[in-house]
Design a binder for this molecule. Sequence first.
Ligand code: S3P
Length: 429
Amino acid sequence: MDRIELFRTKTLRGEFVPPPDKSISHRAVMLSSLSKGTGIVRNFLRAKDTESTMNAFRSLGIDIEDRGDTLIIHGKGLHGLSEPADVIDCGNSGTTIRLISGVLSGNPFFSVLTGDSSLRTRPMARVIKPLSLMGAEIWARADNRYPPLAIRGGRLKPVSYTMPVASAQVKSAILLAGLYSEGKTSVAEPAGSRDHTERMLPAFGADLRVDGTTVTVRGGHELSAMEIEVPGDFSSAAFFLVASLIIPGAEVTAKNVGINPTRTGLLDVLRKMGAAVEISNEHEVSGEPVADICLRSGGGLKAVQIGGEMIPRLIDEFPILCIAAAASEGTTMIRGAEELRVKESDRIKAMATELGKMGVEVREHPDGLDIRGTESIKGAEVYSHGDHRIAMAMAIAALTAEGKTTITGASAVDISFPGFFDIIKRMSS
Ligand code: S3P
């Protein structure tokens, strides 16, 4: 299934439940492993990235009972992890390697973290620097920049750290290390990134305060196990939400989707582009806002300009936002998004290249793109760049394109959304 052929669809209609949230699934395994007692994670995402986190904690001595989409995790407390006997493979997952670096910094043993060829090119100095300031000893390839990482943790001291870039992974790594230090660890970011760690930690009993974009945790307390239900992943739902706007006659309802405002910048942008977004059945699941989201085609989308504090709120939605832009009237300009160059692929370059193959006029900038909307996207042979979100964005473009589109490297979707192509099949027939 690494190569998939897709054609223009006549329509896309129906309801679907997106896979469980990836960010929340990672955190649920991590905090449960570090708690005292038996934790239950319901609706856990079964995908390659979150399985990397599960396997990592197993190799640190945690017993995780696998009951499919429910995990029973026998937590051992903050100081119950044991030295891994081998290198920990974090696969493709930046969240796994960066957050675990924070945990291992507080543990008095030696460990080595690595990952696949994409992960081994992703910047790690952003976590190594603050964790070293706290007292961890960390070494990495290429002058302490890239994985593999070798960590010798130990007693940590609290810090007040200002992050140069907004990143939930870096913020979370520092907060997790902060659990191990005596005193208050504070982390400030230039703009608000996703706040799942801040929501979840107090529920496990951590002493944590949020003041604007500064988060402070007081270390030295044990966490206690709890039951968590993971909501649907907005970032996965996003592909079909955009599809419903650009496929004639389409109407799609995503059920049980997380609508945490640090994640739903795409909805604000789509509204600005002219979409009517219907949100219903709003409720809370394990401290996260959840709802059903319905979108339908009609009216046409208009180009917009995007930058500033909006970027962290739609960071993972950039590839699919580019597809909405390509189907809009006018030229959409995205700036201030240089972080996209260091995701699972260089997403700015990947989207410029692949949309170009489909006949869309795109201009690449160091920190974003200009995308000129067109009424005639053309089928082509496109490549995922080994990146799950590029594969899914190009698949949605293919559903609107003239002729056949072949996506190579399509199996990358299994990183976050196994079953993605089945939902396309069901809703387009
Ligand atoms: C994530 C944070 C974001 C996001 C990634 C998941 C997380 O990365 O792009 O897909 O779960 O904390 P950064 O923290 O690097 O912005």
